[in-house]
Every structure is written in structure tokens, then in C-alpha cells.
Design a protein around this ligand. Structure first.
Ligand SMILES: CC(C)(COP(=O)(O)OP(=O)(O)OC[C@H]1O[C@@H](n2cnc3c(N)ncnc32)[C@H](O)[C@@H]1OP(=O)(O)O)[C@@H](O)C(=O)NCCC(=O)NCCS
Length: 493
């Protein structure tokens, strides 16, 4: 199946040269989407010549606190501007100012300005389908929380929260440049902030699983061919580009000399040419926009468990399931599912709706080897997760030791194919999610040639036992483990 690809041009409206670059990269090249900055004098030009003239181009907000002037009345946002009325922040200074002390007044003004920028777009008839930040300021923790809240408030489906896949394509010959140019540090820091953002996101806001690339930002021409040759194994990709016509971006006076140098660099023309040349390289890709992706994801779907689901699955596991893994706590559970995704022997599915994991199922045709496979696939994460869990709950040591011994009374074949975990968020129980997950798991087992599989239910979980029995699972025995009784069931696939 073709991989979904959004090619998004940042910096629309930052300068005339940037806008002209976006228009050409869309009409002649592979750009399907653009993020519009509303804080410079070139906004009106972008609105007329690009947004209104290119109806197929997806448009989002390029939230800006680092160049141009605020949209809000100056007296409402004095902490955002310098003496000349230009934004006074850069990424690092804003990160430090909002993270070290998190001054409420400053954050309130960030929120006022964010709302004003969105309102400007909406008042001009634009329905933004995504938000990201100039200089990636949307990833700064205190800013991120406000961006997500604003996206939800306005029904904007996507924020930029993809994992950087530039590293998979980095060429040895570029390493020195990437290290000295700050690309490596930038990619590392933004990846950390992305991980944090995903943990805090909750449901309802979408993101592409991958982004390309913070590592190569501004030099996408160097990465384009290699990246398009090998689509990622799963998930959607946003390619972030900065095409431009440098000579049309001279003498800008945006209060940000670094940005002005960037817009007049020949790299902008190189990225524009790369976007046009890439038209012939789209085998295996389906070009799309954030709005189209959002429409597709509005339908609930069952998809294979992947890395981008792990945080939500782990939270759901801890909230709904008992057992040793839950006792060890969230880091151990996350490490387990990360290992499962990488281990070929695990079979997992999630029910996804608008980016929210509503339920999941996980098992294996060879459960006996699954724990070892998880440890092999994620040794550092698993060891750290288990140690952290034991530090937090020393009583779990006894459980861990017992788990090597097997059940206290009775027993079962630990190598028999098994559905090991099934859970549905309490909000969505009794709406058919559990049944669809069991069906998906049963189908996968049958397709793998597994004639039957087993599962265990706690004695005191009568609701789950009834759920399975009504789906044809037959009781095959009982055992006691960790001080509790369990029933064992089996289903023919
Ligand atoms: C057990 C569990 C996975 C079931 O998931 P679920 O999503 O609620 O299951 P479903 O909605 O598919 O089915 C539950 C019942 O709701 C009914 N149902 C389905 N859609 C419905 C709807 N729209 N309105 C009312 N009832 C509905 C189903 O018919 C089913 O009834 P039945 O069992 O009598 O046939 C879920 O309760 C859960 O996660 N529990 C906590 C964790 C747990 O115990 N896991 C199992 C460990 S072994």
C-alpha cells in the first residue's frame, strides 16, 4: 500500500520570496500543504496570490513569536515585543524563559497572541488544518499545551509531532556539517520535546508519525532522493520544506536578521528545485493534505500496534489491567510494548479513532519466547523500566521471582498460542470495540496458520469471562498465580 505523504512548506507569508517559492513548489512540484505566518507585511500578498489562488493547497497556521509584529494590540502583549514593536524571542530564549520560571503573565500573552493569529486566519476565510511553529516554538512545553488547547477549541485536526526520520537517511559525508551547523543538536532536542508532547497529547489531536527532517532542516534538497526511495515501514510522513526565491526576500525588516539571511540564501532555491524534481520520484507514495488525512481518520479503525501507539497503550494497560506488568508501572509497560512492536513474534492491534487509542489487544503464537524477544529488542528500556518499577514498588520483586517459577497451583501450557492482553478504555466499553479487537486477533492467528489460542481471565473479572464465553471461548482449566485465581479459555480460529 502507498504511504501517505504530506509535503508541507513552512514560511508561507513570511516574505514575498517565500510565498513565490511555495506557489511554484505546489504548482510544479510535490508541495501539498503550507503553513501561513500572519505576522509580517507579506501576509496579505500570500493570502491573495497563494491561498486564494491555490484551492488544492492545504493551509495551516505557522504560529510565530520570532519574526514580524504581533497581531494582538501591543498593550496586550508587551512581554512578547522589543522597543520597536518586533517580536523579541528566539527558540532558546523562549524555551528558557517559559521552562525555568514559567511566568504566568508571559504565558498568558503567548495564549492571547496565538488566539489572535488564529482569528486573523479564520476572519480571512481560511480554515486551518494544522498548526506548527516558526522555529518549532510549538514544541516548547508551555507553548505546546496552549497550541493543543487552541487546536481542539477551533477543531484544527493536526499539530506537528512527527518523529524525525532524517537520521535513517543521514549520509556520512554530511555529518560534520550537521554537527557544526547545529542540525544534530536541534534534532535531538526537538525529538525529546516531541516525545514529551506525545505523552501529554491525549486523544482528539492528530499528528503524522514521522517528520523529515529537523536534522536536515533548510537543506531538504540533500535528503529528498534518499528519503523518497524508501517509504517508512508504517505510518504517515510529513516532509517539511522551505522553498523560496531568494532575490524576492531582500530588505525585509522583520526584526530577525537570522531569518532574513535564511530567506535570502541560495538554499531556498535549491529546496524549490528539489520539490520540483521530486515529482518523478513518488512511486510508493500517496500525496495528501492534513485535512484529507483527518477525514480518513474520523472513521474508527483497527490497525496493527505500532510505536506511535505505545504511550497510549501503556497508559490504558496500567489503568485497566492487573498483573505483574501493571505493578511495575508505566515505564516498564512502555518498554514491554516497545519491545513487542519490534519483536516479530508479537501480534497486536489497536482501535484508533481521531488519533486516540480506544482499545488494544496483544498476544503471540509463541508466548513462551515473547518476553525474551522483548528483552532482546529493547534491552535498555526494559531493564530501566523494570528497575524503576522495583524501586517504586519493592513488593513487586516477590512477584517477579514467582513469575519465573510459574503458577502456585494448577498450570497451563506457557507455549500455547495466547491472547495475552485485551483492554478497552472505560469511556468506549460496550460499543463493540472489544469484539472488533478479538476478531482482528483471531483473524491474524488464523492467517498465520494457528488453529487455536488460549487466554486467562481473573476469577473476579466475571464481565470479561462472560464476554469471552459469549464469543465462543471454552473453559479449559484453572490455576492460581500471584495470590489470585484465574480461568483459562481456548478458542478455535
Ligand atoms: C472485557 C472488555 C475488553 C470488553 O470490551 P468492550 O469493548 O466493552 O466489548 P464490546 O463492546 O465489544 O462487547 C461488550 C458487550 O457490549 C455489547 N455492546 C456492543 N455494542 C453495544 C452498544 N452499541 N450498546 C450496548 N451494548 C453494546 C456487546 O454486545 C457485548 O455484549 P455481550 O458480551 O453480551 O455480547 C472491556 O470490558 C475491558 O477492557 N475491560 C477491562 C479490562 C479487562 O478486563 N480485560 C480483559 C482481561 S482478560
Amino acid at each position: 500500500m502507498a504511504s501517505a505523504l504530506v509535503v508541507n512548506a513552512d514560511d508561507l507569508g513570511v516574505s514575498k520570496g517565500a510565498t513565490l517559492g511555495v506557489i511554484r513548489a505546489h504548482r510544479e512540484g510535490i508541495v501539498t500543504s503550507a503553513s501561513l505566518a500572519v505576522t509580517t507585511p507579506f501576509y496579505a500578498h500570500a493570502l491573495e496570490t497563494c491561498v486564494r489562488a491555490c484551492p488544492g493547497l492545504g493551509i495551516g497556521l505557522h504560529f510565530t513569536l520570532t519574526s514580524g509584529k504581533p497581531v494582538s494590540p501591543m498593550h496586550q502583549v508587551p512581554l512578547l515585543v522589543d522597543g520597536n514593536g518586533f517580536f523579541r524571542w528566539g527558540f532558546v530564549s523562549l524555551l528558557l524563559a517559559t521552562t525555568v520560571r514559567a511566568p504566568k503573565e508571559l504565558l498568558d500573552q503567548v495564549e492571547i497572541e496565538l488566539e489572535a493569529q488564529l482569528q486573523r486566519l479564520i476572519n480571512d476565510g481560511v480554515r486551518p488544518d494544522h498548526i506548527n511553529g516558526e522555529r518549532h516554538i510549538h514544541l516548547i512545553p508551555a507553548v505546546f499545551d496552549r497550541v493543543v488547547a487552541a487546536a481542539k477549541r477551533h477543531g484544527i485536526p493536526f499539530v506537528r509531532l512527527g518523529r524525525d526520520i532524517g537520521w535513517d537517511h543521514a549520509v556520512l559525508g554530511h555529518w560534520a556539517g550537521l554537527a557544526l551547523g547545529g542540525g544534530m543538536l536541534k534534532s535531538w532536542l526537538l525529538s525529546r520535546l516531541t516525545t514529551r508532547g506525545r505523552r501529554r497529547l491525549g486523544g482528539g489531536t492528530l499528528f503524522t508519525e514521522h517528520v523529515a527532517s529537523y536534522l536536515y532542516t533548510g537543506r531538504f534538497d540533500l535528503l529528498m532522493k534518499s528519503l523518497l526511495k524508501s517509504p517508512p515501514p508504517h505510518g504517515t510522513l510529513e516532509i517539511m520544506v522551505h522553498p523560496g526565491v531568494p532575490e524576492e526576500s531582500r530588505n525585509l525588516a522583520l526584526g530577525n536578521s537570522e531569518l532574513e539571511r535564511y530567506l535570502t540564501s541560495e538554499d531556498r532555491r535549491a529546496e524549490l528545485s528539489a520539490c520540483i524534481a521530486a515529482r518523478g520520484l513518488l512511486d510508493g507514495w500517496k500525496l495528501t493534505t492534513f485535512a484529507s488525512l483527518a477525514r480518513e481518520r474520523a472513521e474508527p479503525m483497527i490497525v496493527p500496534l505500532a510505536l506511535e501507539h505505545v504511550d497510549q497503550v501503556a497508559a490504558l494497560h496500567c489503568a485497566t489491567l492487573t498483573g505483574l506488568l501493571s505493578e511495575l508501572g508505566a515505564p516498564a509497560v512502555r518498554a514491554f510494548y516497545t519491545g513487542c512492536v519490534r519483536a516479530r513474534s508479537a501480534v497486536g492491534f489497536v482501535d484508533l479513532h481521531n488519533g486516540e487509542v480506544r482499545g488494544f489487544v496483544l498476544g503471540s503464537a509463541r508466548p513462551g519466547g515473547l518476553k525474551r524477544a522483548v528483552l532482546r529488542q529493547n534491552p535498555a528500556g526494559t531493564t530501566a523500566g523494570v528497575l524503576l518499577g522495583l524501586l517504586r514498588r519493592p513488593a513487586a520483586i516477590a512477584w517477579l521471582m514467582k513469575s519465573f517459577k510459574g503458577p502456585d497451583e494448577g498450570g497451563f501450557d506457557g507455549d500455547e498460542p495466547e491472547l495475552t492482553y485485551l483492554a478497552v478504555s472505560p469511556t468506549y466499553q460496550k460499543s463493540g470495540v472489544g469484539a472488533r479487537l478479538v476478531d482482528a486477533f483471531t483473524r491474524a492467528m488464523s492467517e498465520a496458520g494457528v488453529p487455536e489460542f488460549a487466554l486467562s481471565v481473573d476469577d473476579d473479572n466475571a464481565a470479561a469471562a462472560a464476554f469471552y464465553e459469549r464469543r465462543g471461548f471454552k473453559p479449559i482449566g484453572r490455576y492460581r498465580e500471584f495470590g489470585a485465581g484465574h480461568r483459562r479459555y481456548r478458542l478455535r480460529t
